[in-house]
Design a protein around this ligand. Structure first.
Ligand SMILES: *Cc1c(COP(=O)(O)O)cnc(C)c1O
Length: 370
């Protein structure tokens, strides 16, 4: 081991703090870094991951692809192999433009950057994915949240009125929504696309678990961008997101994209994984079946309200979320307590659908607690 580097002198922490205060915007200093819960030894039902992993055969193919990846070189800035594989697997028409992100989180940031001129507003229903608000804060643009109804459906009148008043440059619609799990009405989404003066980004992170998608309609509208990720279908570790829209929009996003944002290993293995996409599709089908089983079993418990879901997680309301969260943790199960995220989410837990055995453990722990 190398000896630690010891500087001759260490700056006074108070001086460091003073410089930070003088330099970093107050709204950034007020933030806490995104908390990622430690899950060692726990059944992990907190982050909407696919619980299954790959077959031995597919792992061997991935190993070969990774072994042959040119790690001494910068990645292909265009991500051509990944794009070709995505176009094949999604049957995208040539007329549709495609851009890649380091996870879709990066694309959310790039889209926000694109519209961040003085006075611009970004709008999203609330509660929804927290990154919409955070990206606006990072870029220094105004964020306007429009409350969902108490049943988490869109308040379409409030949405249309706020769009008319605020003229947002960017509207986010998570379809299905996170953390609520429900799918907004497609006709409401269409009304929003038609009413919005700027971009409407339909974020389909959970498309594999939902009965509806705007991807087949992406070329129908001049202002629609569909954003997706491979994270929730089983590849959260590779960090790959993509956006599909008219090529004009894609050309603008390309101008704010870091040139080497998708790394060599991801570019090497994703085409192999997409070629064997049937495995991930089967796993998603199992998760959809398990979701129905888990939702029905949760609904049969006393004191539990289950909200409709078309994602790979289910939102429930319980009498005391903090206590139920802790009880599950003591039983070795990690879920997400979303209670503090929004008043409408009071006493709500978000539970990712796991393997049948993990789901059985969850249901057993909750029924013991009844
Ligand atoms: C998980 C999630 C994302 C981010 O996915 P990454 O590709 O892993 O960055 C984006 N949008 C929504 C709605 C999500 O739930």
């Amino acid at each position: 081991m190398n000896a630690p580097l010891l500087p001759a002198a260490v700056a006074d922490p108070a001086h460091v703090a003073a410089r930070i205060e003088a330099t970093v915007r107050g709204e950034i200093r007020a933030l806490a870094a995104y908390p990622v819960a430690k899950a060692e030894g726990l059944i992990k039902l907190d982050a909407m991951e696919n619980p299954y992993g790959l077959t031995a055969q597919l792992r061997a193919l991935v190993a070969t692809a990774a072994a042959n990846a040119p790690l001494n070189r910068y990645p292909d800035g265009g991500g051509d192999a990944v794009k070709a594989a995505l176009r094949r697997s999604l049957a995208l028409p040539d007329a549709a433009g495609l851009v890649l992100g380091n996870g879709s989180d990066e694309l959310l940031q790039l889209l926000t950057t694109l519209v961040a001129r003085p006075g611009a507003a970004v709008l999203a229903p609330d509660p929804s994915f927290v990154m919409y608000r955070l990206c606006a804060l990072y870029a220094g643009v105004r964020f306007v949240g429009v409350p969902l109804r108490a049943d988490f459906t869109l308040d379409i009148d409030a949405m249309l009125e706020t769009i008319a008043n605020q003229k947002p440059a960017l509207v986010w619609l998570a379809y299905p929504n996170n953390p609520t799990g429900n799918l907004f009405s497609a006709s409401d989404v269409e009304r929003i696309i038609r009413a919005a003066p700027g971009i409407v980004a339909v974020d389909e992170a959970y498309y594999a678990y939902a009965g509806s998608s705007f991807l087949p309609r992406v070329l129908e509208f001049a202002n629609l961008i569909v954003v997706r990720t491979v994270s929730k279908i089983g590849l959260a570790g590779v960090r790959l997101g993509y956006a599909v829209a008219h090529p004009g929009w894609i050309a603008e996003i390309e101008k704010v994209r870091p040139p080497y944002n998708v790394n060599v290993l991801t570019q090497a293995v994703v085409p192999v994984l997409l070629e064997h996409g049937a495995l991930l599709a089967e796993q998603a089908a199992t998760t959809r079946q398990e979701r129905e089983r888990v939702a029905a079993a949760l609904a049969a418990l006393r004191r539990v309200t289950v909200f409709p879901t078309q994602a790979n997680f289910v939102l429930i309301r319980v009498p005391d979320a903090q206590h139920w969260f802790a009880t599950l943790r003591d039983a070795g199960i990690l879920v997400k307590n979303v209670s503090a995220m929004h008043p409408l989410l009071a006493n709500c837990l978000r539970i990712t659908i796991g393997t049948p055995a993990e789901n059985d453990a969850l249901l057993a722990a909750l029924s013991r607690y009844q």
